[in-house]
Design a binder for this molecule. Structure first.
Ligand code: DMJ
Length: 599
C-alpha cells in the first residue's frame, strides 16, 4: 500500500495523475497553455517544412526548365532549331508556349515522382488551410485534417498507370532523366501478376498502348516484353460465344465477366414489354471495340497473329448486323452479339468504338485489307449526321444522343474527340464530302471550345444540355482534366493550318494553369462554376492533355500524322506495313541525342 502511494502520489509520477491538476487549476491552465503553444510550434514547423519542400520542387523545376532552355538555345546556335515541314523557322510564340506546356509536364511529373511514385494516380488530401469553420478547426485539432503525406491511389490495380501513361510524353518532350528513371521502374518493379479484376479497356488503352508506343519511339525491347505480358493476361476476356469480350478480367486467374450494372433490355423483349428481360452484364460498346489498334500493333511487332485475330473478330461479328446508319447502342450481348436496347452516343461508352473504326483504317495504310473498317466508319458518320443539331439562338452545332426513337439534346465533353476524328477522316472522301465533314468538324470544335469559354473558370463541365432559346448549359459540372477538346484542336491545327486552333488551345491551357495547378501537381475541379477543386491528378492529363497541347505548338513533323496513329489515350503507334515482316518495327525517326525533342 505504502509502495503504491509512493508511486502515484509522489516523485515524478504525481504529475501524471489527473487529480493532481484538478486540485491545482492554475497548473492545469499552465499545462493547457503549454500544450497549445507546443502544438502551434509543431504545426508551424510542419508548415515550414512543407513550404521548404514546395520551394525545393519549384527550384528543381526551375533548374530543369533552364536546362531545357539552354538545350534549345544551343540548338538554335547549331542551326538545329525545329523547322516546320516547309523549312520555315518556327514562330517564337510557339516555342515559348511549347516550353510552358513542357514546364507543366515537369511540374505534374515531379509531383507524381515525389508523392505517388509507382502508384496508379496521384491523389491529394484536401488542404487544411481551407479550414475556416469552427467545426473544421476542431476537426483539425483532432488531427482529422492534419497535413498528410501526399499519396497515390491504385485506381487500376497497381499497374503504375501514370508512370506508363507518361512514358511517351516524357520521351517526346525530351525529358531524358525522368524517362530513364521511369524506364528503370518498368524494368525492375512493374509486375502484372495481380489478383485484381482489371478493366480490359482501361488496361489496354493506358498500359498496352503506353508500352507499345514507348517501344515504337525508343526501340527498347523491355517495353515490348511488358506489353506482351499484360496483353497475354487480357486475352481470355475474348473467350465468349461470339468473341465480343467480357470487359473485366482477373489479371492472375484470367477469369472474366462483365460489370453487373451494364444492362440493356434484349431487343426481343423490348417490343413486348420494355421492363422485361434485362441482359444483366452486357458488354460495353466502347470497351469492346477499343483494343484493335493496340492488339494489331502487338501482332505486327511480335509476329504472333493471335492478338490481331481476337480483336478483328469483334469487328466482323458486329458487322454482321451493322445497321445502315452505323450507330450501335452502348450495350451489346456477348452471347449473341445483339445490341441491347440502350443509349446511342458519341460520348461515354460509345465514343472510341467509332474512333477506332477510322484509326484501324489509318493504321492499315488505308489499303483494301482494311476497307471494311472505313466502310463501317462511313456508315457511322451517316448516323452521326442524323444526330447533328443547331442550338438557338447562337447556332452552336452539337451531337445529340438517341434512345430508341427519342432524341436527347445532351452532349458529353467526351464527344469532343469527334471534331478531330472527322478532320482526320475527311480526306478519305471525295472533294464535296471532304469539305462537308471538315466544316462539320470545325463547327463542332467551336461548340466544344465554348463548353470551356462559357463557364466562369473557362474550363468545361462533363456534359452539356441544349434547350431551345438557351444554347448550352452545364449538366454535370465537374472537370477532370480531360483531353478531348485539345485533342481535336491538335488535329484541326495539323490538318488545316489555321492558327485559331492554337489560340483556343492556349486559352484552355491557361485555364488549367489558373484553376487546376496546385503546389504539388494538378487536380480537376468539382465544379467549373465555383472553381472548387477535386483531389486527383488523372493519368490521362499527362498522357493526353499535356501531350496534345505540346504537339499543338510543335512542328507537324513531330509525330507526323503520316507516320503515326494515336490510340485513344494519345499514345502514338507507328504505322507499319500490314503484311510485311512484322517482327521489327520500322522506326524511321531521325536518330537524335536524347535530351532534345523529337524532330
Ligand atoms: C481517356 O482514358 C481516353 O481518352 C478515353 O478514350 C476516354 N476517357 C479518357 C479521357 O477523358
Amino acid at each position: 500500500m505504502a509502495r503504491s502511494r509512493s508511486i502515484s502520489g509522489s516523485g515524478v509520477w504525481k504529475y501524471l495523475n489527473p487529480a493532481y491538476y484538478l486540485r491545482r487549476p492554475r497548473r492545469l491552465a499552465l499545462l493547457f497553455f503549454l500544450f497549445v503553444s507546443v502544438s502551434m510550434v509543431v504545426w508551424d514547423r510542419m508548415n515550414l517544412a512543407r513550404e521548404h519542400e514546395v520551394e525545393v520542387i519549384k527550384l528543381t523545376e526551375e533548374v530543369l526548365r533552364l536546362e531545357q532552355m539552354l538545350e534549345e538555345l544551343r540548338g538554335v546556335g547549331d542551326g538545329k532549331t525545329l523547322m516546320t515541314h516547309k523549312d520555315v523557322p518556327e514562330d517564337p510564340v510557339d516555342i515559348e508556349r511549347r516550353q510552358k506546356v513542357k514546364e507543366a509536364m515537369i511540374h505534374a511529373w515531379s509531383s507524381y515522382e515525389k508523392y505517388a511514385w509507382g502508384k496508379d494516380e496521384l491523389q491529394f488530401p484536401y488542404d487544411c488551410k481551407s479550414a475556416s469553420t469552427v467545426v473544421e478547426i476542431i476537426f483539425f485539432f483532432l488531427s482529422y485534417c492534419q497535413p498528410r503525406t501526399k499519396d497515390g491511389t491504385d485506381s487500376f490495380g497497381g499497374l503504375g498507370a501514370t508512370m506508363i501513361d507518361s512514358l511517351d510524353t516524357l520521351y517526346i518532350m525530351g525529358l531524358d532523366e525522368q524517362f530513364q528513371k521511369a524506364r528503370a521502374w518498368v524494368a525492375t518493379s512493374l509486375d502484372f501478376d495481380k489478383d485484381y479484376d482489371a478493366s480490359m479497356f482501361e488496361t489496354t488503352i493506358r498500359v498496352v498502348g503506353g508500352l507499345l508506343s514507348t517501344y515504337d519511339l525508343s526501340g527498347d525491347k523491355i517495353f515490348l516484353e511488358k506489353a506482351k505480358d499484360i496483353a497475354d493476361r487480357l486475352l481470355p476476356a475474348w473467350n465468349t460465344p461470339t468473341g465480343i469480350p467480357y470487359n473485366i478480367i482477373n489479371l492472375r486467374s484470367g477469369s472474366a465477366h462483365n460489370p453487373s450494372w451494364a444492362a440493356g433490355v434484349s431487343p426481343k423483349s423490348f417490343h413486348l414489354d420494355p421492363c422485361l428481360d434485362w441482359n444483366q452484364g452486357d458488354s460495353i460498346l466502347a470497351d469492346s471495340g477499343t483494343e484493335q489498334l493496340e492488339f494489331i500493333a502487338l501482332s505486327q511487332r511480335t509476329g504472333d497473329p493471335k492478338y490481331q485475330q481476337k480483336v478483328e473478330k469483334v469487328i466482323t461479328e458486329l458487322n454482321k448486323n451493322f445497321p445502315a446508319d452505323g450507330l450501335l447502342p452502348i450495350y451489346i450481348n456477348p452471347d449473341n452479339a445483339n445490341p441491347s436496347y440502350s443509349t446511342i452516343t458519341f460520348g461515354a461508352m460509345g465514343d472510341s468504338f467509332y474512333e477506332y473504326l477510322l484509326k484501324v483504317w489509318v493504321q492499315g495504310n488505308k489499303t483494301s485489307e482494311v476497307k471494311l473498317y472505313r466502310e463501317m466508319w462511313e456508315k457511322s458518320m451517316k448516323g452521326l449526321l442524323s444526330l447533328i443539331k443547331k442550338s438557338t439562338p447562337s447556332s452552336f452545332t452539337y451531337i445529340q444522343e438517341k434512345n430508341g426513337n427519342s432524341y436527347n439534346d445532351k452532349m458529353d465533353e467526351l464527344a469532343c474527340f469527334a471534331p478531330g476524328m472527322l478532320a482526320l477522316g475527311a480526306s478519305g472522301y471525295g472533294p464535296d464530302e471532304e469539305k462537308r465533314f471538315l466544316t462539320l468538324a470545325e463547327e463542332l470544335a467551336w461548340t466544344c471550345y465554348n463548353f470551356y469559354q462559357s463557364t466562369p473558370t473557362k474550363l468545361a463541365g462533363e456534359n452539356y444540355y441544349f434547350s431551345a432559346g438557351q444554347d448550352m448549359s452545364v449538366g454535370t459540372s465537374w472537370n477532370i482534366l480531360r483531353p478531348e477538346t485539345v485533342e481535336s484542336l491538335f488535329y484541326l491545327w495539323r490538318l488545316t493550318g489555321n492558327k485559331t486552333y492554337q489560340e483556343w488551345g492556349w486559352n484552355i491551357f491557361q485555364a488549367f494553369e489558373k484553376n487546376s495547378r496546385i503546389e504539388s501537381g494538378y487536380v480537376g475541379l468539382k465544379d467549373v462554376n465555383t472553381g472548387a477543386k477535386d483531389n486527383k491528378m488523372q493519368s490521362f492529363f499527362l498522357a493526353e492533355t499535356l501531350k496534345y497541347l505540346y504537339l499543338l505548338f510543335s512542328p507537324s513533323s513531330v509525330i507526323s500524322l503520316d507516320e503515326w496513329v494515336f490510340n485513344t489515350e494519345a499514345h502514338p503507334l507507328k504505322i507499319v506495313a500490314r503484311n510485311n515482316d512484322q517482327r521489327k518495327p520500322t522506326i524511321t525517326l531521325r536518330q537524335r541525342r536524347f535530351g532534345g525533342e523529337i524532330k
